[in-house]
Design a protein around this ligand. Structure first.
Ligand code: GDP
Ligand code: MG
Length: 295
């Protein structure tokens, strides 16, 4: 990729919003090709990087902040800290909500949290395909005072992507790219694989299991003929472990196969995944484990 360094713009864009409002959908649609570019680079302070968009003139690093899980857990506090950290580092903040759910308690909490953030703030009211113009205008009024820009969109249809990208570009600082725009796909993939495994667990099981599961990549080996990856899924109870593994190992096999299939496409080569399930009772409450798990 030829880049124009003279006027190059680059920066971090934090995305915050309740689970299920459409953050991943928006990212995938903005970044286009899900697999080749949502390649997070492992950096201790920026664990939640979700996707990097690069072209000739700009590089936008989207940082997806984790949603709240359950308030009574220690994990929740950690996530709040991650949210605060990503706000601190952000050049631009995007707050995204679902038009039907807005303003939820979560939305209110986030809005309070970001009032004092200096970076330009964009509010996205997503899923406007589910509502009418009147509802949009009413909800927009609740946001205009605290945000520099309010955009209604349907992330699933990719509507208004252009408007959003243009506005982001306008606000991005002049800076050379933080990541090599040529070699995005060569960046370490560990965290991406971790996320991919988590995504498959979410797709395959009801809420209790995914929220009780954490994924750790134990080994990531790139050999000439194959990428060989081992991961442990930590879970809170023996009963959940049995469900996750499934009869004769079918549950775990499905996860493994789905991850191998997607990775084989993006890495353009053979991929082997080995998965283990281990129980650590109440890991969500244990500081040590949270650290190990990267929170
Ligand atoms: P996240 O948890 O914030 O990352 O949300 P996801 O991107 O996973 O989306 C949650 C659900 O909302 C998925 O079923 C999406 O297909 C759906 N969704 C996302 N954007 C839209 C939209 O613009 N309109 C509608 N109707 N559904 C959407
Ligand atoms: Mg998501």
């Amino acid at each position: 990729m030829e880049i124009d360094l003279k006027n190059y713009k680059s920066g971090y864009v934090a995305i915050i919003g309740k689970p299920n409002v459409g953050k991943s959908t928006l990212l995938n649609s903005l970044i286009g090709e899900k697999l080749s570019i949502t390649t997070p680079k492992p950096q201790t302070t920026r664990q939640s990087i979700k996707g990097i968009y690069s072209d000739k003139h700009r590089q936008i690093i989207f940082v997806d902040t984790p949603g709240f899980v359950e308030p009574r857990y220690e994990l929740h506090t950690r996530m709040r800290n991650i949210i605060s950290d990503s706000l601190k580092d952000a050049d631009i903040v995007i707050f995204i909500s679902d038009i039907k759910g807005f303003p939820s308690e979560y939305d209110q909490a986030v809005m309070e949290r970001i009032v004092n953030v200096r970076a330009p703030k964009i509010a996205i009211i997503n899923k406007i395909d589910l509502a009418d113009e009147g509802e949009f205008e009413t909800k927009k009024k609740l946001l205009v005072d605290n945000f520099d820009k309010v955009i209604g969109m349907s992330a699933i249809r990719g509507s208004h992507n252009h408007q959003l990208m243009n506005y982001i570009t306008e606000k991005l600082p002049l800076s050379p790219p933080f990541y090599d725009p040529e070699n995005l796909s060569d960046l370490p993939m560990r965290f991406f694989v971790q996320e991919l495994i988590r995504e498959k667990i979410f797709l395959q099981y009801s809420k209790e299991i995914p929220y009780s599961a954490a994924v750790l990549i134990d080994r990531y080996e790139e050999r000439p003929d194959v990428t060989d990856i081992s991961a442990t899924i930590w879970i809170e109870r023996e009963s959940q472990k049995r469900i996750l593994i499934g009869t004769g190992g079918i549950g775990l096999r499905r996860i493994r196969e789905a991850v191998e299939r997607e990775l084989t496409l993006s890495l353009e080569g053979r991929v082997l995944i080995h998965l283990w399930v281990k129980v650590k009772k109440d890991w969500r409450k244990s500081n040590l484990y949270l650290k190990e798990l990267g929170f």
